[in-house]
Design a protein around this ligand. Structure first.
Ligand code: FES
Length: 106
């Protein structure tokens, strides 16, 4: 059985300046939405090392550092870049329609 993805409005684009992020919840899942210099990206806010709130960490370019043990991830791809994380975080498609930031959610 397949599920149908839909676009869900999660924020106003004008409220998230470039270089910043916003943590939102969809179906009790924490999602971090990032406004980078080349667009918008979203990852699950759940570190694959030990469940830390990765998006609360320091963001430099597209690289986020988990505040718990320092693993880094590329928010564009979800790739784990440094130990102790070895698995990628989930990513979600993001689009902006007018002032609405929308995440593809299924
Ligand atoms: S929980 Fe993120 S690095 Fe350990």
């Amino acid at each position: 059985m397949s599920t149908t993805a839909r676009w869900v409005t999660v924020a106003h684009a004008s409220e998230i300046a470039q270089g910043n992020s916003r943590i939102i919840r969809l179906d009790d899942q924490a999602i971090a939405v990032f406004h980078l210099d080349d667009g918008w990206y979203a990852i699950e806010d759940l570190c694959t090392h030990d469940g830390g709130p990765v998006a609360e960490g320091r963001l430099e370019g597209s690289i986020i550092e988990c505040p718990r043990h320092g693993a880094t991830f590329d928010v564009k791809t979800g790739a784990a870049l440094t130990f102790p994380a070895v698995s990628p975080v989930a990513t979600y498609a993001v689009r902006v329609v007018g002032d609405d930031v929308q995440v593809e959610w299924s």
